[in-house]
Design a protein around this ligand. Structure first.
Ligand code: ZN
Ligand code: ZN
Length: 384
């Protein structure tokens, strides 16, 4: 039986979401967030908890005690270094941090699901709720997957959703196979030698190599989002030398974010780019070093997981749409879908909702019940 949320429960979840919203924490620092969630879960007698999973992550387990499938539902915990400009009562209390990606809402949905599962355990198998830290920097999924507590779980299915501004409120957004892109951010560092600015010929200035790098990478890109071979290379930051007008620069660096639909294609391009840049550095007698800043594997949705998702939408009269193109952003949930059957899907946050990571964004509370209903229904369809 599908348990419905009553209005008192829903009100308490909205209040909880507002509390999380007012206390945002950056990736890897979700200490207070974990405390608030643990406190809420501690009231649930039938739900077991494991804390400090892959950092401040939490596992909440609803075990039927009977053989069956294990389904994992995941929500992300972290906020962003963005100054919120909203004026409502529950606005961020931390001036330069805000929940402008809506992870406060994703967490609330999992808490609501835990509360329903506490009242009615799954008929068979297990439902595991994963509160995952550090999504925004791409580190959380891999930290959780490498944690011994998570390694004990062998999920048959993994599911997660992200709210999506620009889509009709509560519309479920589905895509088989690639849902979000493979994204990698890298720094190229070039070390040369200073000299008097009047005698640049006595030094090794990286400026010209950096100019060459920019044009070389531009030639290798394919920004056609209709193409399977999409390869975007976005320069995000660069620095050359010091503000010292008597000195010819010795050091320079350039930061890029690269994206492709599939991991393999991204790896191919990056290895190519590394070779090209090594040749440029050598030509200019510069010492090259590279650093990967963060990485998001492409999310690959399993058609059988999407089938369950669609069925759950149909049986709950929730409208869904299947999109043609994947999203260009990265999601570290991709790493879960590389290992397990699963799906990441979207829930529309409304056509007029400010975009994710915008200073005036706020998760729409109207999505909370919809997210819980879908997750609950998926778990029931898998363990009938
Ligand atoms: Zn985000
Ligand atoms: Zn997000």
């Amino acid at each position: 039986m599908q348990q419905k949320l009553n209005s008192t429960h829903l009100k308490s979840l909205c209040d909880f979401r507002h509390q999380l919203h007012s206390l945002p924490e950056l990736s890897g620092n979700e200490k207070q967030t974990a405390v608030l969630i643990t406190e809420r879960l501690s009231k649930l007698r039938n739900i077991n908890r494991i804390t400090n999973v892959g950092g401040y992550g939490i596992l909440a387990i609803a075990d039927s005690g009977k053989k069956g499938k294990t389904v994992v539902f995941r929500a992300d915990m972290d906020a962003l270094p963005i100054k919120e400009i909203n004026g409502f009562e529950y606005k961020s209390q931390h001036e330069y941090i805000s929940h402008t990606c809506g992870h406060d809402g994703h967490l609330t949905v999992l808490c609501g699901l835990a509360e329903l599962l506490n009242k009615e355990l799954p008929k068979s198998g297990k439902v595991i709720l994963l509160f995952q830290p550090s999504e925004e920097d791409g580190k959380g999924a891999s930290n959780v997957l490498n944690d011994a507590e998570f390694k004990n779980i062998e999920p048959d299915y993994v599911f997660a959703f992200h709210n999506l501004p620009g889509f009709p409120l509560k519309q479920v957004v589905i895509r088989d196979n690639v849902f979000s892109a493979s994204v990698l951010s890298m720094i190229f560092k070039l070390q040369g030698k200073t000299s008097h600015a009047a005698e640049p010929e006595n030094g090794i200035n990286p400026a010209f190599a950096i100019a060459e790098i920019i044009f070389t990478i531009k030639e290798l890109t394919n920004n056609d989002t209709d193409s399977e071979a999409l390869f975007m290379a976005t320069p995000v930051y660069s620095r050359i030398g010091e503000i010292a007008y008597g000195t010819s620069a010795a050091y320079g660096e350039i930061h890029y974010t690269f994206r492709a639909w599939e991991n393999k294609l991204l790896e191919y391009h990056i290895s190519n780019i590394k070779n090209e840049i090594a040749t440029i550095a050598q030509k200019h007698q510069l010492i090259l070093s590279t650093e990967v800043v963060d990485q998001f594997h492409s999310t690959s949705n399993h058609p059988s997981a999407n089938q369950v998702l669609k069925q759950s939408c149909i049986s709950n009269n929730i409208e869904y749409t299947e999109i043609e193109k994947p999203f260009r952003w990265g999601e570290d949930f991709g790493l879960f879908t590389q290992k397990f059957k699963g799906a990441l899907f979207g829930i529309g946050a409304g056509e007029n909702c400010p975009a994710l990571h915008n200073a005036d964004y706020d998760f729409p509370d109207e999505i909370i019940a919809c997210g819980i209903t879908i997750f609950q229904s998926i778990s029931q369809l898998i363990n009938k």
